[in-house]
Design a protein around this ligand. Structure first.
Ligand SMILES: [Zn+2]
Length: 137
């Protein structure tokens, strides 16, 4: 949704604040699983997949963990990636000594990549026509 993408700096800020409270519970060649806290004491499980080697980028799936099981995160796929997914990606980058600047469009990402001397990455929402761009530097 429009508001989400326009509010990217604010969403990045919130995503960043959750990093110290998040942890990676699985890290294999195919996927990384991260537990991320959300609002109202909720817990989210984010699965980041490197599932398509032809496309440079990662696919992000997010579920809210509830008493009755894992429920797909409402914010993930509403035109863009949810904050929990952004937290997971930031934490993964941080573990490699890198950071991600999120960008709403590939054009923004290209300009940012030149400025920061970084690499453009595409983050897709698992099984939904939504994505977010970023520069890893
Ligand atoms: Zn989410």
């Amino acid at each position: 949704m429009k508001t989400d993408k326009n509010n990217l700096p604010n969403r990045t800020k919130i995503a960043r604040q959750a990093i110290p409270f998040s942890r990676i519970t699985e890290n294999t060649r195919e996927r990384v699983v991260v537990l991320v806290p959300g609002s109202q004491g909720k817990q989210y499980r984010v699965i980041v997949r490197r599932d398509d080697p032809r496309q440079k980028g990662l696919t992000v799936e997010c579920h809210c963990l509830t008493g009755i099981g894992a429920v797909p995160c409402k914010g993930n796929g509403a035109g863009t990636l949810c904050k929990h997914g952004m937290t997971a990606l930031l934490l993964m980058a941080m573990n490699k000594g890198k950071t991600i600047s999120f960008c709403a469009t590939p054009e923004d990402a290209k300009v940012t990549a030149r400025m920061k001397k970084g690499l453009v990455a595409r983050f897709k929402v698992w099984k939904k026509p939504a994505e977010l761009w970023g520069v890893v530097a």
